[in-house]
Design a protein around this ligand. Structure first.
Ligand code: ISE
Length: 315
C-alpha cells in the first residue's frame, strides 16, 4: 500500500520532511500547500507533487490519506482538528497548539474520532545520542536530576518568553518527561533579559517521582548545541553533540559545533517520519502523541505564570 501524503508548510521543516518522505517507496507526496506560492513550488518539486495555497482544502480533499503539518505554530491546532475530522493520519510539528486550551481541544476531537491519529514532532526521542542516554539510564539507578541545555545559534533572534517556551524549550520539557517517565508538578522560571526579552532562560522543575530538572535555553552566538546530563543514584549519563571527534592540538582542545537543528538532528527527523509512516500504514500512532503535546504545553503555561508571579507555579 502507498500512503498519499499532503504537506502543509513549505518552510525549512516542510522541506526536511518532504526530503525524507520521498526516500520511501511506500509514500507518495501528492500535494504541498503554502500561502507562499514560490516556496510551495520549490518544495513540491522535490517530490514531483502538486501545489496548493489552501491548506484547509487540502485536508478536506479525498486525494490524501495523511498530512504533515509544518506551517506556523499558530495554525497547528485548527489544521490538526480539520485533518482529524477528515479521518486523516497527522504528523504535526511541535507545538500541537499554542495554548493548553487549544491542545486540549485537539485531544478531545481526536478522542471523539475514535483514538490516536496524531504524532507530534518531538524528535529528540529519535536522536541516536538521546536514545543512548535513554538506554544507559537502565544501569544507573533512580534518577535524581536531569539537566537539559539548549543553545540556538540564532543570536540575532528576539523572541518573547512565551514564544521561546512554546517553540524551543518545549523540546526539553518533552525530553525530561520521556527520560524520566514522570510528570512535572511545579516549575520556577528565571530570565536574563538585558539585550532582548530573553537572553537566557532557566526553568527549574520538580517531578512527581521526586526527580528535579533544570532546563536551560540561550540564543547562543557560537553555534547550535544541545546537551543532556542525568544524575542518578548509581552514576551519571552525559550526552552532547554526537559524531564529532575531540581534537587536541597546539595547547587546545577542539570539537566542531554546527549551525542549526537541521544538521544536528537530521537523523532524528528521518527516523521520526519513518516511524510516523509505518504507524499510519498500520493504522496506529507509534511516536509522541497529542497527550504528550498537552502535557508539555501545561508545563510551558506554568513556566509563563511563574515568570509573571516570580514564584514556583504548579503545573
Ligand atoms: C526550532 O523551532 C526547533 O524545533 C529546534 O529543534 C529547536 O532547537 C529550536 O530552538 C526551535 O526554534
Amino acid at each position: 500500500m502507498v500512503l498519499r501524503v499532503g504537506v502543509i508548510g513549505a518552510g525549512g521543516m516542510g522541506r526536511e520532511h518532504v526530503s525524507n518522505l520521498v526516500a520511501r517507496p511506500d509514500v507518495e507526496v501528492s500535494v504541498v500547500a503554502d500561502i507562499n506560492v514560490e516556496n510551495a513550488a520549490a518544495v513540491a518539486a522535490i517530490a514531483g507533487a502538486h501545489t496548493s495555497t489552501d491548506p484547509l482544502a487540502l485536508v478536506r480533499s479525498t486525494t490524501v490519506d495523511a498530512v504533515v503539518i509544518a506551517s506556523p505554530d499558530e495554525t497547528h491546532a485548527e489544521l490538526t482538528i480539520a485533518a482529524i475530522e477528515s479521518g486523516l493520519h497527522v504528523f504535526c510539528e511541535k507545538p500541537v497548539a499554542s495554548t493548553v486550551e487549544d491542545a486540549q481541544r485537539v485531544l478531545e476531537v481526536e478522542a471523539a474520532a475514535g483514538g490516536p491519529l496524531v504524532q507530534v514532532g518531538f524528535m529528540r526521542q529519535y536522536d541516536p545520542a538521546h536514545l543512548q542516554v535513554f538506554d544507559a539510564l537502565a544501569a544507573v539507578g533512580r534518577l535524581q536530576h536531569v539537566r537539559c541545555v539548549h543553545r540556538n545559534t540564532n543570536d540575532q533572534w528576539s523572541r518573547p518568553l512565551e514564544v521561546v517556551l512554546t517553540q524551543s524549550l518545549i523540546h526539553d520539557v518533552h525530553t525530561v518527561r520521556w527520560l524520566s517517565g514522570s510528570e512535572f508538578v511545579s516549575v520556577m522560571t528565571y530570565v536574563v533579559g538585558r539585550r532582548r526579552p530573553v537572553d537566557h532562560l532557566t526553568v527549574v522543575g520538580s517531578l512527581a517521582d521526586g526527580t528535579t530538572a533544570t532546563l536551560e535555553f540561550v540564543e547562543a552566538a557560537y553555534g547550535y548545541d544541545v546537551e543532556i546530563e542525568v544524575t542518578a543514584e548509581e552514576g551519571m549519563v552525559v550526552c552532547s553533540q554526537p559524531g564529532q571527534p575531540i581534537v587536541r592540538q597546539q595547547h587546545s582542545l577542539h570539537r566542531f559545533v554546527g549551525d542549526d537543528w537541521f544538521g544536528r538532528f537530521s537523523e532524528a527527523y528521518r527516523l521520526e517520519i519513518d516511524d510516523w509512516v509505518g504507524g499510519a500504514l498500520a493504522g496506529e500512532v507509534r511516536g509522541p502523541t497529542t497527550v504528550d503535546g498537552v502535557a508539555a504545553q501545561r508545563v510551558v503555561a506554568a513556566a509563563i505564570r511563574s515568570f509573571r508571579t516570580g514564584q514556583p507555579e504548579p503545573v
